[in-house]
Design a protein around this ligand. Structure first.
Ligand SMILES: [Zn+2]
Length: 85
């Protein structure tokens, strides 16, 4: 399973996709620090780990199933990509 690492403490309140009205949750990715929407009303972590960088308080990194990335599952995904350019 391809997973995406996110900062668990940035999980937002459940909302809905402006394009298809599906329930989604936004969270920041650890690699790009970009807000990314995932399917569902809350995040489901495949596994979690503590950040190795010495920050206080230590942050938790959650791994989310990459297949639930709403940028990929949304019927209007092409429009998201267009806007990113
Ligand atoms: Zn959508």
């Amino acid at each position: 399973m391809k997973t995406i690492a996110v900062w668990a403490d940035t999980e937002g309140a459940p909302t809905t996709c402006r394009k298809c009205d599906a329930p989604i949750v936004f969270v920041r990715r650890t690699d790009s620090d970009k807000w990314t929407p995932f399917d569902g009303t809350r995040l489901v972590f495949v596994r979690t780990e503590l950040d190795q960088v010495d920050t206080k308080p230590t942050r938790t990194i959650g791994y989310v199933d990459g297949a639930s990335n709403h940028f990929a599952t949304c019927p209007f995904a092409k429009e998201f990509r267009k806007r990113d350019k």
